[in-house]
Design a protein around this ligand. Structure first.
Ligand code: SF4
Length: 369
């Protein structure tokens, strides 16, 4: 908790011992209709009562099995139904996963998330994924997986292997859901969340905005999440990344303020959950990301790839954190490396623009003024 939190009026946030699970659609729509500054103030006030406002949790996401998914999620380049030119990959070997987890830890991640493009894991996959969990845990990282639908037994097996979090998104509102996915029902998703919760694992569940849904659909998605018996510990809010070849490649852009509002309202309704700024972050400039942190987002993914779509380079995140004074204890430790990486990239970019004299090949290129 920030020392600043004491200066906030007690009436600006709900009683934290009393998280609400009875939100109505009218109430949530009313939050969306508030003036932007009022909404941001309310979200930031609640954020400060529950979290250190200058700390952002960092996870790394690795695709352990890519593409060829039988499901038809219209936003997803990994569905076998869409021609997106994605290179399919079989289940990654455990050793490779461990190597990537070590790199993630070195880059400052505290949680390692492993994602497989499956409808659900088959029983013959389970020994491999449980082995991955055990080995990543040994590195001292928190573990998270997203493998599709889970049976009760599979959830228990993952829990016993030491899995800390299971991600399974609701994606959108129940009302809009049929426009996005037809190969599994909303209830299937809720059943998986139940199995995860009952196994004792933490739940990571959120959705995607910018798929052509209405404001009321965004309200309804947040209402579903907040009204679960236990709110998810982690709530990823994704901005649609429009991938060529998917049915969503030409959907209209969502106004960024609407995205920030969604984050803020997630923070207000789920005051103790980590709200994760997830897919779509690469398209956001630093100021937009800073607004999302102000709205209450306090978790991100590090690394240049989010399963199959790109994500800002790690050193760009470190530089942004430094500018904002976020995670200052950690960023200090590897700030020099980040500076060096940023500098090298800049030099590389410049070299590619033919602006430098290349001493190695003695080829003088015109230097622009
Ligand atoms: S979102 Fe998941 S379940 Fe849906 S197509 Fe993509 S990988 Fe498959």
């Amino acid at each position: 908790m920030s020392s600043n939190s004491s200066s906030l009026s007690a009436s600006s946030a709900p009683n934290q011992a009393n998280i609400r699970h009875d939100w109505t659609i009218a109430e949530v729509n009313a939050l969306f209709e508030q003036p932007f500054n009022d909404l941001m103030f309310q979200a930031q006030s609640i954020h400060r009562q529950n979290f250190d406002p200058n700390q952002v949790q960092v996870s790394t996401l690795l695709s352990i099995k890519t593409g060829a998914c039988p499901e038809d999620c219209k936003y997803c380049p990994q569905s076998a139904r869409y021609d997106t030119g994605l290179e399919k990959e079989r289940l990654m070997e455990v050793e490779k996963v461990i190597q990537r987890a070590k790199e993630a830890k070195q880059a400052g991640s505290t949680r390692f998330c492993m994602g497989a493009a499956w409808r659900n894991p088959r029983d013959r996959d389970m020994p491999y994924v449980t082995e991955m969990v055990k080995e990543v845990k040994k590195l001292g990282l928190e573990t998270c997986m997203t493998l599709g639908m889970l049976s009760r037994d599979q959830a228990v097996a993952l829990k016993q292997a030491g899995l800390d979090y299971y991600n399974h998104n609701l994606d959108t509102s129940p009302e809009f859901y049929g426009d996005i996915i037809t190969t599994r029902t909303y209830q299937d998703r809720l059943d998986t969340l139940d199995n995860v919760r009952n196994s004792g694992m933490n739940v990571c569940s959120g959705g995607i905005v910018g798929m052509g849904e209405t404001t009321s659909d965004r309200s309804s998605l947040l209402m579903q999440l907040a009204n679960l018996e236990h709110q998810p510990e982690s709530v990823p809010i994704n901005m649609l990344v429009k991938v060529k070849g998917t049915p969503m490649e030409n959907v209209d852009d969502l106004d960024y303020f609407e995205f920030i509002r969604t984050i803020a309202i997630a923070r207000i309704m789920m005051p103790k959950s980590y709200v994760r700024l997830s897919a779509g972050r690469e398209a956001m400039n630093e100021q937009m990301q800073a607004m999302c942190f102000l709205a209450g987002a306090n978790s991100i993914f590090y690394g240049c790839k989010l399963l199959t779509t790109s994500n800002p380079e790690t050193h760009e995140d470190v530089m942004l954190f430094k500018k904002l004074g976020i995670n200052s204890a950690q960023t200090k430790a590897y700030s020099d490396e980040a500076h060096e990486a940023a500098l090298l990239e800049e030099i590389d970019d410049k070299a590619n623009e033919n602006l430098f004299y290349d001493a190695a090949t003695k080829q003088a290129e015109p230097v622009s003024s």
